[in-house]
Design a protein around this ligand. Structure first.
Ligand code: HEM
Length: 126
């Protein structure tokens, strides 16, 4: 539905073009982006039902643990999603796969936040 493995390699490539230009996110990533691009592509291929090469090479994804070294606040989350949403268009991922992926990325990026937003969310008070 997404367009096979090639679609995910195109998606990862388009995503990292955005990362390369991002002043907040770029410094978090390794100097050479090629290996990171491949890790993301293989992860997406595996997650969306393709071959399990990612886990053969990297083990269990454990995404929250693997993101612990990086400060993922609201701004980082929003920027990551902005680049991924632009990449979904640029890589011409067809519907309805695009919408399924957009929802998954939005939820996962929120889940990966590991520092609180600048403005605390009001609990309603006691
Ligand atoms: C919320 C904002 C996010 C930030 C700031 C962020 C940042 C990073 C950084 C700096 C890396 C290290 C790059 C590398 O060497 O591979 C990384 C790795 C990775 N990220 Fe994210 N990420 C975010 C969200 C996500 C989301 C939503 C997903 C998946 C749905 C994801 C999947 C991955 C994967 C699969 C890796 C490689 C893990 C490994 O095998 O080492 N990330 N991320």
């Amino acid at each position: 539905m997404a367009g096979g493995e090639d679609a995910f390699h195109r998606l990862a490539a388009a995503f990292y073009e955005g990362i390369a230009e991002d002043d907040l996110l770029r410094p978090m990533y390794p100097e050479q982006l090629e290996a990171a691009k491949r890790r993301l592509a293989l992860f997406m291929i595996q997650y969306f039902g393709g071959p399990g090469t990612y886990s053969e090479e990297r083990g269990h994804p454990r995404l929250r643990m693997r993101h612990a070294p990086f400060e993922v606040g609201m701004e980082a989350r929003d920027r990551w999603l902005k680049h991924m949403n632009a990449a979904l268009e640029k890589a011409e991922i067809p519907q309805p796969a695009r919408e399924v992926m957009r929802t998954y990325f939005t939820n996962t990026a929120t889940f990966l936040m590991n520092v609180p937003p600048a403005m605390p969310i009001q609990s309603g008070g006691k």
